[in-house]
Every structure is written in C-alpha cells, then in structure tokens.
Write a protein that binds this ligand. Sequence first.
Ligand SMILES: C[S@@+](CC[C@H](N)C(=O)[O-])C[C@H]1O[C@@H](n2cnc3c(N)ncnc32)[C@H](O)[C@@H]1O
Length: 237
Amino acid sequence: MQVSSRAVVTNQPGPHQDLARRVARAVEHPLRKPLAEHTREAFDHACQWRDARPDMPLVLDAGCGVGLSTRTLALQFADHAVIGIDRSADRLSREHGKLPDNALLMRADLVDFWRLALAAGWQPARHYLLYPNPYPKAAHLKMRWHGHPVLPVILALGGRLELRSNWPIYVQEFAQAVSQVTGTQPEMTRFDPDGDFLTPFERKYHHSGQSLWRLEVELPHAPSLVPSLSEPTEELY
Ligand SMILES: C[S@@+](CC[C@H](N)C(=O)[O-])C[C@H]1O[C@@H](n2cnc3c(N)ncnc32)[C@H](O)[C@@H]1O
C-alpha cells in the first residue's frame, strides 16, 4: 500500500529570525532538566552492551522510529556498534525480524540520552538524525533540535553528523546553528535516494514527490561546547 504525505506546511518564509538568539542562549545557559529514571536504566543497559563490544566504533541513529535504519546501518557498518534510540515504545515494538548482533534498539528520551552519552565520554564515529519531527510552526522553533537547549550536547559528541529532512528550512537552520556553535560550515545537498531508502519516512516522502535534503558535517569531540552547571554534575546521575 502506498502511503502519501503532504509537504511541510509552515508560516516561515525562510530560516527563523530568532534562531541565532536561541542558539546563543543554549551555548550560554546549561540545561537543567532532570534525567528520567527510565532513560538512566536504558543507558546503563546500552553501556553494558557496548562493554561487550569494546573495539567497535559507535554509530548513533537518533530518533530511529521503527529501527529499520538502525538495521541497515548495522549491516552497512558491520564492524561498528549501532544504537537506535527512540522515545516511542509503539514504534520500537514493531516486529522487523532479528536484529543484527551489532545493533541495539533502545527506548529513551534523546534529550537525556545525549547528555548521559556525553558525560560517559561516548564519541560516536557517525551520528544520524533522520527525518526529525519538523515542528514547522514558527512558534515551535524551540522544539526543533537546533532551537533546543540540548543542541550543544549533540554537537559536542562529535563524529560525522548527518541530518536528513524533507523540509529545506529545517536543514538550513540546522546548518546555521552548527556554524554558529562550532565555526564549521556544514554541506547541505538535495539528494535522490534512487530506490535505496534508509527509513520509512524517507520512502514515504520520496514516493509523495517531495524533495529530500541532507546535511553532513565532521565534528571533533568537544565537550567544552556545553555550558557547565554551577552545581556538581552528579545532578546528571
Ligand atoms: C518523523 S519520525 C522519523 C523516524 C525515522 N527516523 C524515520 O525516518 O522513519 C521522528 C521520530 O523521532 C522520535 N523522537 C522525537 N523526539 C524524540 C525524543 N525527544 N527522544 C527520542 N525520540 C524522539 C519520534 O518518536 C519519532 O519516531
């Protein structure tokens, strides 16, 4: 069955006017949201899973949905440990057969997962943000990853970061935010998956005739990008 999807509808004519201010704020003010207990537990499990694969470089599939991209990436990077993270138990529970041994799916809130990963010294070789929720209303800028206070943590993890979206403004804004925080200008390109779909959303958008956009940037591991908490950091644990 072919599922069609409408193009993103937004009241923004271009990148959000308030983005630079929000990004500056994220770099200056630490994120104090307490960590959810279930994410700590899931993260402990992920640490044990990684400990059993000590020499494998890490790939993160952030917001993996049903986890099909996690499986594909695990096959593509067979000597890497690939972790797909999503907060939706429903999506993660869809049955797609046995996971490759080098893949793990975990339920967690990324805002907490990313902070735990950085605090634990994780340094992904590759980090994918595949079709994040666009939150296209201008008033929802702070819900997009580049408008969220967790942005410096995402960038501080480092590695080859890849964002894909069907909304070019999302990708332009993300590029602007990366450049503002790190001084590195990411590449943004329109691409055609040519039948080789990495995710269900990618397939759906392409079959609905929408253009797809990709941003790629190689970032150093740079924990100093994250503003420090004045209180002891145990608050995170
Ligand atoms: C538009 S879907 C894309 C899913 C998948 N990457 C794909 O392309 O098919 C966005 C996904 O991000 C997940 N997500 C959004 N915010 C999240 C958060 N704070 N923590 C974890 N997952 C989140 C949602 O549950 C959803 O599965």
